[in-house]
Design a protein around this ligand. Sequence first.
Ligand code: PLP
Length: 465
Amino acid sequence: MHDRLPLDMSGEEFRRLGYRLVDLLAEFVDELRDVDLTPGESPAEVRAALGSAPLPSSGAPAAQVLEEAWRLLRGHSLFSGHPRFAGYVISSAAPLGALADLMAAGLNPNVGAWKLSPMATEMELQAVRWIAELLGFPADCDGLLVSGGNMANFIGFLAARGREPRQRLRVYASRETHTWLEKAADLFGDVAVRSIGVDEVYRMDCSELERRIAQDKAEGETPFLIVASAGTVSTGAVDPLARLRQIADANGLWLHVDGAYGAPAAALDEASEDLRAVGSADSIAVDPHKWLYTPVEAGCVLVRRPGALRATFDHSPVYYRFEEDGAPVNFYQLGLQNSRGFRALKVWMQMKCAGREGLLRMIGHDMAMARLFASLVLAEPQLELMASGLSIVVFRFLGNGVVSEDELNRANAALLDRVQASGELFLSNAVLEGRFALRMCFVNFRTTEEDVRRMVADILRLGYA
Ligand SMILES: *Cc1c(COP(=O)(O)O)cnc(C)c1O
């Protein structure tokens, strides 16, 4: 017997600590409905709770460290799995995903190369295929899992741009597009974004788009990409995807759909024709950690043309021999990462557990909660419905009597602060035409009708506070 080095652990000790952690988490799952959603502490309070000790020179027992980490996190966190969390399009994560992450980290395959992760690579390929099938996208597409929507969109963008250096590239997107696009334009070459206006329900204005493309072509620019949204961050708007597909074809442009949040709703029977048209995109970004309910992080990019990712990202250095063995795929050749974790396992396990039907029931439930919330807002004279799309509802509090837009903006910002600090519910905001609005996003299988009614009552109560 040799002495174990510090972070090594026997199976017996792992079992003891693991059972303890599972007990803590199991209790947490059961009491989530009744805990404060957030302690609403200031940064100074949170930092004081953690303390500012330097790296300890000698270690501490693992059991003690585990208890300390739990105490800190359990006492000073915001819980997005709470039934009345409707703040962002971050899902209430499935408990199964937590177990999957434990399994993935326990076995720790490096899903950068097939040889280092034979079954994990195959499971990721399968998960990607299942996501494509759910969205009505060709199952033989390219794709991989990434950290989230930003990275998935970056990869779609880069696949569209290709490897050849090209000048004066122009990309077209509505002004409601998520901020990832600005980062992409900063990072990825001689690119400028043409920001296109929207119609009264915040969808891209196709006439303006066509005019802008024609003008750029006439001026010797290089249009290459239309970025459409299937579920904008502010209002859940779905751009006219069917029409955008035609415009892209007519102009020889790549159509990328940012469906980070909304794309899974394309699988619903009730999905609009435009939403279904996500299946016609050249590439799609979709986040399993949003409407497929996995814990963060899990994003996914799908690219229609098989081989497109490899053509964009493959460099095979002399120090790798992963190709020689006839590996069917090495994910490091298909994206930006080299070493890669097994984030696919939670996606795979959750999709297999829920099945297509189960996923659609969950997404349909969120849509129903949003419809209920919107109907309660409409029925309440003190609240004004401002926009809604998919499972997002944007509204504001009007209060008593006629007040100016400025006062309404200030009153709603102050109300949002009170709501967020309350620990009872959590929402966020949108700004529509300069008007400050409150925003509810339902991506939460724990939210019940009763929660929705209670949230409306809480908002009214805090509105008058
Ligand atoms: C959330 C979101 C993003 C960014 O995704 P992350 O997972 O946060 O990186 C991009 N676009 C849309 C439409 C989103 O909803």
